[in-house]
Design a protein around this ligand. Structure first.
Ligand code: PLP
Length: 289
């Protein structure tokens, strides 16, 4: 079955889908995106993703291409047309097509909306088979990493560096040696005192929807959680480490720069968080979407 893409108002076979070469997304990376996970045909954390999409647009002075209700209808239609029960929907909104000029078009043009969808493997059930390794890498990005823009070159370079070293993810750090996030994931540790830590929100990191959903689930569990910055040195002393994202869910990181995290096995806290998030995704707990 051919995958179906949505391009500016039309559903087309993906192999025939194309955009104008003067689309500002193509020319300047002038656009934003979202990736959402579909599990059992359900859109996971829909509200968080659509809230973030609207926020990214606002921060870039880009209008919503349509109402949220209309956008939801298209997402649902993409899931239906691509017959997805377990998968990902990618959506991208750019400032549209205009004669090449760095400044925004004087006479605004309609934003361009493109969507693709793909099937992915079933949701993981065994956390011990869902581990990853990472390298550390300087964070070479700009100062507004909280906006989910399609400008991902530094992220791509960091992921490529990880791949070349046989690792899955790159953990990025700033010029003060503080950890920001993964190249395409939020990064967390269980520190040497057993505290679950993730860097605080701000301009330095993307506000991960999985991060937000997990934090909400942990509220009231008695687990000690702090959104407090940590350094590479603290990371090296961590008992456990893990990443979160709409594609990796809760994924233990068992080796960083070739060195095992603690004993190199999945730790008890991450094991518990993996289970909590699995229940979240299956519609239990606080995932009302
Ligand atoms: C840089 C970065 N940080 C964090 C995340 C995790 O965000 P989410 O949990 O919303 O997928 C992503 C996901 O694409 C990302 O690209």
């Amino acid at each position: 079955m051919s995958r179906i893409a949505y391009v500016n108002g039309a559903y087309v076979p993906q192999r025939d889908a194309s955009v104008n070469i003067e689309d500002r997304g193509y020319q300047f990376g002038d656009g934003i995106y979202e990736v959402v996970h579909i599990h059992n045909g359900r859109f996971i954390d829909e509200k968080l993703h659509l809230d973030r999409l609207e926020r990214s647009l606002r921060e870039m002075a880009l209008p919503m291409p349509m109402s949220r209700a209309a956008l939801r209808l298209i997402i649902a239609e993409m899931v239906r047309r691509n017959r997805i029960t377990e998968g990902l929907v990618y959506m991208q909104i750019t400032r549209g097509v205009a004669r090449r000029d760095h400044a925004f078009p004087k006479n605004p043009v309609p934003p361009a909306l493109v969507m693709t969808a793909k099937r992915v493997q079933d949701y993981p059930t065994n956390v011990d088979a869902w581990t990853g390794t990472a390298i550390t890498h300087p964070d070479l990005r700009w100062d507004r990493r909280d906006i989910k823009t399609i400008n991902l070159l530094p992220n791509c370079m960091a992921r490529q560096a990880a791949r070349e070293k046989g690792a899955m993810e790159a953990i990025l750090y700033d010029d003060k040696g503080m950890v920001t996030e993964g190249a395409a994931t939020s990064f967390w540790i269980v520190d040497e005192h057993g505290v679950i830590r993730c860097p605080p929100l701000g301009h330095a990191i993307l506000p991960g929807c999985t991060r937000a959903a997990l934090l909400a689930e942990l509220d009231g569990t008695g687990l000690v959680v702090e959104d407090r910055a940590f350094s590479l040195d603290e990371m090296k002393r961590a008992r456990e480490a893990f990443i979160t994202s709409a594609t990796s869910f809760v994924k233990p990181i068992v080796k960083i720069d070739g060195v095992p995290v603690a004993d190199g096995k999945v730790g008890p806290v991450v094991r518990q968080l993996f289970e909590i998030f699995a229940r979240h995704v299956s519609g239990g707990l606080k995932n009302a979407a």
